[in-house]
Design a protein around this ligand. Structure first.
Ligand code: G3H
Ligand code: 13P
Ligand code: ZN
Length: 312
């Protein structure tokens, strides 16, 4: 199956009460780990590329890696998505260069500017058969290169979502309900709690419309412990409890973004490997278990958090 848009995936996810995983990819091992898990579990999957990933790996390599994965696993739908596009030009480059979905994240701009830029991307994307994710509200932490202080984090205002979706024509909407990017989402000792009331109000306003959750890594404590055990230092790394993500996946949330958990899985595996094999220096030796760690983590998300196994 060629890479596809997210339209059908989201329709089925909305109706079926599950979410599709959107995993960030930066290299071959990550693409392989994610798609091997999705392929074996017959799960739809979104592979997403940030501006930083394009700068690191080069657009063309990433597109071809994702196309190779789609050839390897023809029985599952795979979408290629731009994560946190911040300009029309970046979105256009990805639309022209083989992506099936783009995000224009103008959420840090004033409301009317967000609408105008999103609308411009939507017009170009739809003319080229590509779908668009937009964002309303601000997540705490770091949104690619946009830094937002935690205390200025802004939940999405439900009273704006109909106007925003109608005037932009976007295909899905990322909202802010208390998630944030990175591995340090909550202060140690505080109780992580997503604002399900905001989610419910937004979805009531937009019945049938796919909602997206960013910053949804759960920062598994076994990875953090392993990293700290083998020479790392990540005190107080905390993510979103998985039961809350499962609850979100059952609602109008059709896409759940996970990047930090991939980084943690790989880093824990590589640190452990080198601690146990200080004389090894062949990248295949330490990247093989790292790729397997990504696969195992993604398989767990697909089955226990997203609920999208068998939905391809
Ligand atoms: O939301 C941001 C993603 O985790 C991508 O991160 O800009 O470091 O590639 P990145
Ligand atoms: P995490 O940092 O929680 O993995 O969020 C990833 C994300 O939202 C990518 O857009
Ligand atoms: Zn994000």
């Amino acid at each position: 199956m060629p890479i596809v848009t997210t339209t059908e995936m989201f329709k089925k996810a909305y109706a079926g009460g599950y979410a599709v995983g959107a995993f960030n990819v930066n290299n071959m091992e990550i693409v392989q780990g994610i798609t091997e898990a999705a392929g074996e579990l017959k799960a739809p999957v979104i592979l997403q590329v940030s501006k930083g990933a394009r700068a690191y790996a080069n657009h063309r390599y990433l597109v071809h890696l994702v196309q190779a994965a789609a050839e390897n696993f023809p029985e599952i739908p795979i979408a290629l998505h731009l994560d946190h596009g911040d300009t029309f030009e970046l979105c256009k480059d990805c639309i022209d260069g083989g992506f099936t979905s783009v995000m224009i994240d103008a959420s840090s701009k004033p409301y009317e500017e967000n609408i105008a830029l999103t609308r411009k991307v939507v017009e170009y994307a739809h003319d080229h058969g590509v779908v668009v994710e937009a964002e309303l509200g601000t997540l705490a932490g770091v949104e690619d290169e946009v830094s937002v202080e935690a205390d200025k984090a802004m939940y999405t205002h439900p009273e704006e979502v109909v106007d925003f979706a109608t005037r932009t024509g976007c295909d899905s909407l990322a909202i802010a309900i208390g998630t944030s990017h990175g591995a340090y989402k909550f202060k140690p000792g505080t109780k992580p709690q997503l604002r399900f009331d905001v989610l419910e109000e937004c979805s009531k306003q937009l019945p049938g419309f796919p909602i997206v959750l960013h910053g949804a890594s759960s920062v598994p404590q076994e990875f953090v412990a392993e990293i700290n055990k083998y020479g790392g230092s990540m005190p107080g790394a905390i993510g979103i409890p998985e039961d809350q993500l499962r609850q979100a996946a059952r609602s109008a949330v059709c896409k759940i973004n996970i990047d930090s958990d991939i980084r943690l899985a790989m880093t824990a595996s590589i640190r452990k490997y080198f601690a146990e094999h200080p004389d090894h220096f062949d990248p295949r030796q330490y990247l093989k278990p790292a790729r397997q760690a990504v696969k195992d983590m993604v398989a767990h998300k697909i089955v226990d958090v997203l609920g999208c196994d068998g939905k391809a």
